[in-house]
Ligand binder design. Structure first.
Ligand code: GXQ
Length: 288
């Protein structure tokens, strides 16, 4: 895959073909890891002022100071929208961040985790222990392989499925297409909920409208939430949700004081607020 991002004068710039002509840059102190795996280029940087940063094929996946925002919301919005999630599937997200957050739910009995690139898991375990601690959970079962192929084989198995994918350009491409969403629906138990990485309504209109259309066409209930994340282009990222039962926009369960204290971004108020979209985005999805 062609990588446009570059390091110039000590600054890493994410140059993403999904947002041509604009870059997001962070100053780099040290390259801690840089290798091509079977699937992609993996880079781990020590930035000057923003902790460690994981980059796949030139695209920023996370930085230490703001990863909590993305991981908490990707996990807790669908998890709290469900009244009693016991069996969960996570596709992608080899860093373990989403797993760490799901693990905070005591009602969960089993978490299947499917990641295509084992090297990402190894790099996270070595350099990002506070994120990769998600793998220490004994309820997690790791499946190394293609997420699409894995999901195609499941039926009526999961209460919640979370797809923490990379961008649609590269190994994650199939995870943005209708056959995958059909398989996600089939893999859900009655009352199940899916949440997928939903890109940006500001920057990736076609991609986002397509995701919303696919979800609307397959699920009785569809909604779009968004998260503030300074180190994704545009400073935000969406979650595309589909559910077999109404009620995703409000938590279906109370959060315990103990769990709330462990979190920094998610709260019941934030859950509901994250679905309130800028007017143009609301219109864009209504007409989709
Ligand atoms: C962290 N566990 C995985 N997933 C992060 N691109 C995604 C990584 C790519 C990112 C969205 C989140 C933003 C769009 C511009 N390239």
């Amino acid at each position: 895959m062609k990588i446009y991002s570059k390091i110039l004068d000590g600054w890493f710039s994410e140059i993403c073909p999904m947002w041509p002509g604009v870059a997001l840059s962070l100053e780099i102190e040290k390259v801690l890891y840089s290798k091509k795996s079977k699937f992609q280029q993996i880079d781990l940087f020590q930035t000057k002022n923003f902790g460690k940063m994981l980059v796949l094929d030139g695209i920023i996946q996370l930085t230490e100071p703001d990863e909590f925002a993305y991981h908490e919301m990707m996990a807790h919005v669908p998890m709290f929208a469900h009244p009693a999630p016991e069996t969960v599937l996570v596709v992608g997200g080899g860093d373990g961040g989403v797993l760490r957050e799901i693990g905070r739910h005591k009602c969960v009995k089993h978490i299947d985790f499917c990641e295509i690139d084992e090297e990402v898991i190894n790099v996270a375990k070595e350099f990002l222990p506070d994120i990769a601690c998600g793998f220490d959970d004994p309820r997690v079962e790791i499946h190394i392989g293609d997420g699409n192929a894995y999901v195609q084989e499941q039926s009526q198995k999961y209460d919640v499925i979370i797809v923490d994918s990379s961008d649609p350009i590269g190994p994650g491409e199939a995870l943005f297409e209708k056959p995958f969403y059909k398989a996600l629906k089939k893999a859900l138990k009655p009352g199940g909920i899916i949440a997928t990485q939903g890109e940006s309504f500001f920057l990736h209109k076609d991609c986002v409208v397509n995701l919303v259309n696919i979800t609307k066409s397959l699920f009785p209930v569809q909604a779009y939430s968004y998260i503030l994340v300074p180190t994704y282009p545009g400073g935000h990222i969406g979650i595309c949700l589909g559910s077999l039962e109404p009620g995703i926009k409000k938590p279906a369960r109370k959060i315990s004081d103990d769990l709330q204290k462990q979190l920094k971004y998610y709260s019941p108020e934030m859950h509901e607020a994250s679905f309130v979209l800028p007017y143009f985005a609301k219109k864009m999805f209504e007409n989709a």
